[in-house]
Design a protein around this ligand. Structure first.
Ligand code: ZN
Length: 241
């Protein structure tokens, strides 16, 4: 069991009937639902809550934070971004979904122009290929799975070189995309997963739920992981040094 907080911007669902029909209680409610079904203790937080629902207390009680945002990345307060960043460095796992690639927090942790990718509206299918069968996040999946409809994300994607690549997505337009990428920052693990445009029922799909459940298991901190930083004036460990 991990303590998971699902953060969702929660604006498309209020403003767009097409999205509301798919996610009447918000994308976060669907993700929280299947994670609770997997035995996790799950809370949710949204942009319009005070401090976006990510108070120091909430983050202190969070093993893995899931992030979905799109139209209001710039509305996320820098103080909250810094607080999330600090918790990741301490060991909290972070799972960034779909358009969260352009979020402040993902850019802060990657240090590159992660918003930069080939992109266009589409309702075509995509094929998500497993490129590391041994990885924890790929367990329970076939060689590939199809998502019936999604928009297109293609290379080049402005991320630093992933430490581990779990998935590559192929699109009928010829694009390919590094769609499942693992990173470490400080003591924290970060997973980026591309599928999830809000006008399609992608988070209702079983393979996608398997990936996110696996990612929570992978990203949750080990029990001994708290990092303390010491700068200068340390006591030498060896007397003769
Ligand atoms: Zn999208």
């Amino acid at each position: 069991m991990a303590r998971v907080t699902v953060w969702n911007e929660f604006l498309h669902e209020k403003r767009n009937d097409e999205v509301k029909a798919i996610y009447p209680d918000g994308i976060h409610a669907v993700i929280a639902g299947f994670l609770r079904g997997a035995g996790h203790e799950v809370g949710t937080a949204t942009l319009e809550m005070p401090e976006h629902g990510l108070t120091a207390e909430v983050l202190e009680q969070t093993d893995v934070l899931i992030w979905w945002g799109h139209m209001a990345h710039d509305k996320v307060d820098d103080a909250v971004v810094n607080r999330v960043r600090d918790r990741v460095l301490e060991g909290m796992g972070l799972i960034v979904l779909h358009s969260g690639h352009a979020s402040k927090i993902f850019q802060a942790l990657m240090g590159t122009d992660t918003w930069n990718l080939r992109w266009y509206h589409s309702d075509t299918y995509e094929r998500v290929w497993v490129v590391d069968k041994s990885h924890r996040i790929a367990q329970g999946l076939d060689d590939c799975f199809v998502i019936p409809q999604d928009e297109v994300y293609g290379e080049h994607f402005g991320i630093p070189e992933p430490e581990h690549l779990v998935f590559i997505t192929w699109f009928p337009g010829g694009e390919v995309f590094r769609s499942g990428c693992c990173f470490h920052r400080g003591a924290g693990k970060i997973f980026y997963f591309q599928p999830g445009h809000e006008t399609f029922p992608i988070y209702h799909q079983s393979e996608v739920q398997t990936v996110i459940k696996n990612a929570v298991d992978w990203a949750r901190p080990a029990s001994i992981n708290k990092v303390t930083y010491t700068t200068g004036n340390v006591t030498l460990m060896e007397e003769d040094a």
